[in-house]
Design a protein around this ligand. Structure first.
Ligand SMILES: C[S@@+](CC[C@H](N)C(=O)[O-])C[C@H]1O[C@@H](n2cnc3c(N)ncnc32)[C@H](O)[C@@H]1O
Length: 289
């Protein structure tokens, strides 16, 4: 299993950079060796005096750790620009971020939006030391809350966090950059979408891996193996937007991001399942891609 992942890694190093962050996710779970701190020379982005290494380099994403001087951020620059421009149209004050990795996104959102609260989760159990120090140094323990060892598809754990941290159901911005798998991403949507406020945005990053060009994506060496494509969820979101425009007002997509704008309808808490709310002339939708 692990050697397979290194094959994907080599393929990515050869040129396919789109999947590097996804691969790094897999590598980071292997815990193969102690990660080195990223050096300050690798910082290539500065926001309000906070430095980041914005990268798709799988060696950095998979094998290095953030330092207080430089946070590793697994995003493309256009995605950062999009979030900065979203900040001009939305007053984002509360964020829920799925997929901490090296905490680059948590710190990025804190700096872009100047947040009242950001809650973040990750399957990885070990806290990101640089984030712990960032929080301590700025006295932000009430506004930045990382939860480690949490599966985005675990309804009990997720509900417990969301109902405690966002009891007003007034999140402005939810970003799913975690598993990139259909079933987990769908369940995370079911659990957290009701906590988004009307007009808030639900973002799913890197949804299109099953349709990206070249190796390993269009081969059997795809790191997600035979997993169902995320486009199944996109179809379900389209159907929900048509059947319940009061739930989904608008969907914007490009090759690597889905942005769902929430409508003003009252979405049932606790038991929400997207599959129960779109109409399909009596047929049942089964993921087929
Ligand atoms: C692509 S990285 C996140 C990158 C980060 N948001 C950034 O912009 O720098 C994906 C992260 O999601 C986590 N992850 C993968 N599957 C998950 C799941 N089912 N639940 C929660 N986290 C998961 C991985 O451990 C990894 O740290």
């Amino acid at each position: 299993m692990i050697s397979n992942y290194f094959q994907y890694l080599k393929a990515l190093v050869r040129g396919d950079k789109k999947g590097a962050a996804l691969i790094s996710d897999v590598l980071s779970k292997t815990g193969i060796k102690e990660k080195e701190y990223i050096s300050e020379e690798k910082c290539n982005y500065n926001l309000n005096g906070v430095k980041f290494c914005v990268t798709w380099d799988p060696n950095i994403l998979g094998n290095m750790r953030s330092s207080e001087q430089c946070f590793i951020l697994g995003k493309a620059q256009p995605m950062i620009e999009r979030y900065i421009s979203l900040n001009r149209e939305l007053q984002v004050k509360k964020v829920f971020d799925m997929g901490i990795l090296q905490a680059g996104s948590v710190v990025l959102y804190d700096q872009i939006f100047q947040l009242n609260k950001i809650v973040a989760i990750d399957l990885i159990k070990e806290p990101v030391e640089a984030l712990t120090k960032y929080i301590e140094q700025r006295n932000k323990s009430n506004s930045i809350k990382p939860y480690y060892g949490i599966n985005q598809a675990d309804r009990t754990a997720m509900e417990s966090i969301l109902s405690t941290e966002f009891s007003e159901k007034d999140i402005d911005f939810i970003v799913d950059d975690a598993s990139h798998l259909y079933a987990e991403t769908r369940e995370a949507f079911n659990i957290s979408f009701p906590y988004l406020k009307a007009g808030g945005r639900y973002i799913i990053e890197d949804w299109g891996w099953a349709h990206w060009t070249g190796e390993p994506w269009q081969t059997t060496a795809n790191p997600f193996g035979k997993s169902e494509a995320m486009s199944n969820l996109l179809i379900e979101l389209f159907m929900l937007a048509a059947s319940r425009p009061d739930f989904i007002e608008e969907i914007i997509i490009n090759h690597n991001i889905i942005i769902v704008k929430k409508g003003s309808g009252q979405i049932p808490m606790q038991s929400f399942d997207i599959g129960n709310y779109y109409l399909l002339r009596g047929k049942t939708f089964n993921p087929w891609l």
